[in-house]
Design a protein around this ligand. Structure first.
Ligand code: HEC
Ligand code: HEC
Ligand code: HEC
Ligand code: HEC
Length: 186
């Protein structure tokens, strides 16, 4: 009797493991890099998100790691150059730690903290058809934030005391510096 029960039980377990594996794979969206997003998000009438980002320090976050100041911090703490140190890269670039296969050719690490650091890897949601349909875009990996508390929580994943240069994080002031709304249509 007992051995007859084992087969269905085992196949159930297999089914579960398999199903969860498939859903994990489906969530692995690819990174395309800021240039791709910028193609559609640059006009002043649409809020020129590209320009605002280019003018922010997020666009220079990788460059910062190439400075003598950064190397000094990294050498003292980890005995490596800053650009070779995981503990620096995780906040200064986009998607650090993700599988190399998830980065499209258009993705450039040199662009630092890019759109996809905050909005999620965009290969599957970046088509015009999907982008115009918010629900669809979210389904394809776009990350949006419901309110200021959620936005602040995002910021504090990098703006915190684990940053060697951290002093404080004034959310309202900092958000005002990089905010990039789509202007209200009249
Ligand atoms: C082919 C053009 C195109 C590309 C490429 C594109 N977008 Fe969009 N995006 C749009 C359009 C169109 C909208 C809708 C704008 C509107 O509702 O007024 C939009 C909306 C958005 C929104 C707001 C969604 C909402 O409902 O509030 C975000 C965030 C966004 N895009 C981020 C990105 C990011 C990040 C990338 C790169 C990975 C990207 N987009 C690439 C065209 C594009
Ligand atoms: C937890 C996220 C985080 C980690 C880890 C991190 N940084 Fe940063 N880094 C930031 C943020 C955010 C800033 C902006 C200033 C601030 O609030 O600290 C910054 C700013 C800097 C600056 C500019 C300092 C200034 O005064 O403008 C340098 C240089 C720097 N980081 C180097 C490094 C090096 C080197 C490492 C690795 C040893 C590292 N960071 C690890 C998040 C991080
Ligand atoms: C540091 C994080 C961060 C980066 C980098 C970033 N965004 Fe955003 N973005 C946000 C947050 C937070 C919001 C506001 C809440 C929301 O709509 O989800 C937002 C809103 C938007 C919106 C919708 C604005 C509206 O009025 O509905 C668009 C479009 C957008 N971002 C595009 C981009 C593009 C394109 C880039 C890169 C050039 C980019 N973002 C870079 C965090 C970021
Ligand atoms: C993926 C990590 C990451 C996230 C998420 C992030 N930041 Fe940053 N931010 C950085 C790093 C790294 C720097 C420092 C770049 C440099 O100086 O090279 C920085 C710098 C800044 C600066 C410039 C600081 C100055 O002194 O002028 C502002 C403003 C800022 N971030 C605002 C925000 C806001 C607001 C959010 C949330 C919506 C946010 N950041 C989310 C990593 C991040």
């Amino acid at each position: 009797m007992k051995s007859k029960m084992i087969f269905p039980v085992i196949s159930m377990i297999f089914l579960f493991v398999f199903a969860s594996m498939i859903s994990v794979v489906a969530q692995e969206h690819h990174y395309v890099g800021v240039k791709k997003c910028g193609m559609c998000h640059k006009k002043a009438k649409d809020g020129e998100q590209l320009k605002i980002w280019e003018g922010s320090k997020h666009s220079k976050a990788y460059e910062t790691l190439k400075t003598a100041e950064a190397d000094k911090i990294a050498m003292e703490k980890y005995g490596k150059k800053a650009v070779e140190t995981d503990e620096c890269l995780k906040c200064h670039v986009t998607g650090h730690g993700a599988d190399a296969a998830l980065f499209e050719k258009s993705f450039k690490i040199e662009n630092g903290v890019q759109c996809e650091s905050c909005h999620g890897p965009g290969k599957d949601y970046k088509s015009k058809k999907v982008m115009k349909d918010q629900a669809k875009a979210i389904e394809k990996g776009l990350i949006l934030y419901s309110d200021e508390a959620a936005i602040e929580k995002l910021c504090r994943t990098c703006h915190n005391e684990k940053s060697p240069s951290f002093k404080e994080f004034n959310f309202k002031e900092m958000w005002a510096k990089i905010k990039h709304n789509i202007p209200e249509k009249k």
